[in-house]
Every structure is written in structure tokens, then in C-alpha cells.
Design a protein around this ligand. Sequence first.
Ligand code: ATP
Length: 442
Amino acid sequence: MSETNTNGKVDMEKIVSLCKRRGFIFPGSEIYGGLAGTFDYGPLGVALKKNIQNSWWNHFVTNRDDIYGIDADILMNPKAWEASGHVSGFSDPLVECPKCKKRFREDTVEAGTDGIRRCPDDKEVLGASRQFNMMFKTQIGATEDQNSISYLRPETAGGMFVNFKNVVDSFHPKLSFGLAQIGKAFRNEIAPRDFIFRLREMEQMEIEYFCHPSKWEETFEHLRKEFKAWMMSVGLPEKSIHEIEIGDNDRAHYSKRTIDFEFDFPIGQKELAGLAYRTDFDLKQHSEFSKTDLSYFDEETKERFIPHCIEPSIGVERTVLAVLTSAYREEEVEGETRTVLAFVPSVAPIQIAVLPLSKKDELSVPAQEIVKKLRKIARVQYDETQSIGKRYRRQDEIGTPYCVTVDFDSLNDKMVTVRDRDTMKQERIAIDKLEEYFNGKF
Ligand code: ATP
């Protein structure tokens, strides 16, 4: 048995093709020729995505006392986006080809030896750079005027800052505490590309963690460690995660420290997540624009101040792509290529496949009984189609960690064969010991 992707690089085309073939991810609006920057999740993709989201939510919200969940609306009062700086400053530099009219993000087109940027397609000199706001504008209500303009949120953070006071007033949390949200965000990217890496519609998992200004360094360090620990818990190898300290000149103006978590994607080492110390910038801005006091009163020290904020932010789709990249393997087995998604069991769309050797009632009925029993502890799929070898390969390809095969011997010895996805080893386990066998594996 040998791995064919020995250079450690996974081919993006292979992941895209597996995702389509096996029902993980499809191009958006495909029967109409697609829509750039959009992708739809199929049955296995949505399961994988939800497992990743649930894992994040459990890690940071359910299993902690100090982080509160929020689910704010995508549409917000447009003043909120003025306060955050998005209306005036959420833009990328855009250049246009005067001949073919194609538009590019300036920093993605390399200048020639003469220092001039030319259209990658027809080599025309590109026009002057101008700022392009990436927020999707929309119109609220029946009248179309300046007052009816709103935006699809470009990040989930805003919904948390505007609810800071609501949570303080209803839960009286003690600092340090955080707000967390998983939700859709929209960016009119100039050049969406690289499968689900750069999208126009995406989901983010974000935390706004508030602390006393004197505590920002220890809070930053705590969240840095927790963030990385979570990434590793969903199957990203430590060696593929790179923490990049962003220099003074490259940070957003409000940030005093930012670390980008870059990952070895098939397209190269690129940003997966960010961790930013945003000071009191956001709460101050929202206080000023909304004329609402967003300060915090510490009962113990009798001090009133605007808390400082640390923000860990990660895209769901980039996490899905990182998980797929980390799990993808091709192995040579008996002269054939075996494709495996070696997901950690907690994120695998299906955790156990139950496979009767024959469709006949004498095997399918007891197999269905096993499905019922195991569904209490795991995500289980029943499959009686095709040969057993083909079914094993299919389960390997969709990342199912265990297969349970019911054969004719099972009728007499009341045992089944459990096959491990990674080692392909098989062992006989008594049917009434199956729950015990799988206990703790997921
Ligand atoms: P990039 O530099 O790649 O455009 P960014 O620095 O603008 O990303 P942030 O504003 O920090 O990204 O957003 C937080 C996270 O949201 C990113 O780390 C990334 O995981 C995800 N994200 C941002 N833009 C996109 C996009 N267009 N498609 C998919 N995910 C995205």
C-alpha cells in the first residue's frame, strides 16, 4: 500500500471532481450555466459542513460559560455599516482592460518588467486603478431612493457589536466574555475563484471577545491556542497551519495586532482564518453613530470603560476545503487506486455503513435492526446495492470510518465483520457488543 500523492500536494481538480461525483458540492445554478462565486452543498456536503459548524459551536459556545451565541439578521440598518467603516472603506483596487472590459483585482495582476500592468488575456495596458466597494447593495421596501438602500452583510461581526448592550442587559456577563455567531456573509469579490476558496456568498464563524484593555495580551494568547486546537480537532495537521504575524503597515487601521492562520491549500499557502485585536474601535464607533452608551461598568472595581475586543474569524467554506484537503488520499491497493477521505470521525458525514452481503430478507432484516440500534450512537447509512468490494470503495471515498457487514455466518454466530477505513483490517464482533465496540469512537 502506498500513497500516490507523495509530494504532499493534493490536486484541486481531484477534490472538485470527487465533491461533484459523490454529492458533496455542486456549482451554483448549474443547469443555467452556473453563477460565478456560488456553490451549492449536496447531501454529503451539507452533512460535513454542519458537523464542522456544530464542532465549532460546541467548542466555543456550548462547552464554555463565557461565550454567548447570537444569530443576528443579514440585513441591518445601513448606519451600522457606516459606523463600521464598510460603506467608505470595504473595497478592493480594481483595474479594467479597455479592450475586453474584463475586470481584475489590481494586486492579482503582476506588472511586467517595465512596471506596467497588462491584461492577462489580450495584453492591453490596464486602465487606472479605482476602489470597488465589495458590499452587495440592496433596496428595502417599495420606494427606490437613497434612504431605502441597505446591504447584505459582508461579515457577521456587525450583528454582534450591535447586540453587545442587549446581551449585557439581559445576562449581566462579567468581563471577559464573548459573543459568537455562525452565518452567511456576502462579498462582491472582483474575481471569485479556486472552487470554494473565494466566494461571493459564504458563511463565517466569528467570535467577538471582550476584555479589560489591560487583559488583551493574555486573552489574545488564550484565543490563539484555542483556535488552533479546534482546527486540529477537525483533522487539520499542525504542520499545514502557519501563523503569520501581520506587520504594522499591512494591518487594518483599527487593529493593534493581527495573526493570519494560513493553510496549505491545493492552491498554495493561503489565509484560512484571522485573529485580530480590534481595540475598542467597534464599540466606540457604534456608540457614536447610534448615540447609545456601549460602555461597561465593572461592579468590583467601580470602573466604567469601553471593553476591548479580540476577534477570531474563520470561513466555513475555507474550513471545509481545508478538511477535504487534509483528508484526501490516494493509495495503491492490489494494483488499483483506492481513493479515501480520511475524515476524523466527528466530522465524517456518515460514521458507520451497515452492509448486508445479500439483499435477501434473511440478511437485510437483521441488518436494518443493527442500523436502528447504531443510530442511537452514530450517523449510520444502510447500503445493499452492488458488490461488497464496490460498496467498501464508495464508503472509503465519502470518508466513512467503519463498515459493518452482515453475512450468512452472522445468522448462526450472531457476529458481524467490522472494517476499518484506514487500515482496511476486518474483525468479527458480536452483534450485541457493537455499541460497546463503537463507544467513544465518535
Ligand atoms: P482575503 O484576504 O482572502 O480576501 P480577508 O482577509 O478579506 O480574506 P476576513 O475579512 O478576515 O478575510 O474574513 C474572515 C474569514 O472569512 C477569512 O479568514 C476567510 O476564511 C473567510 N473569507 C473571507 N472572504 C471570503 C470569500 N470571498 N470566500 C470565502 N471565504 C472568505
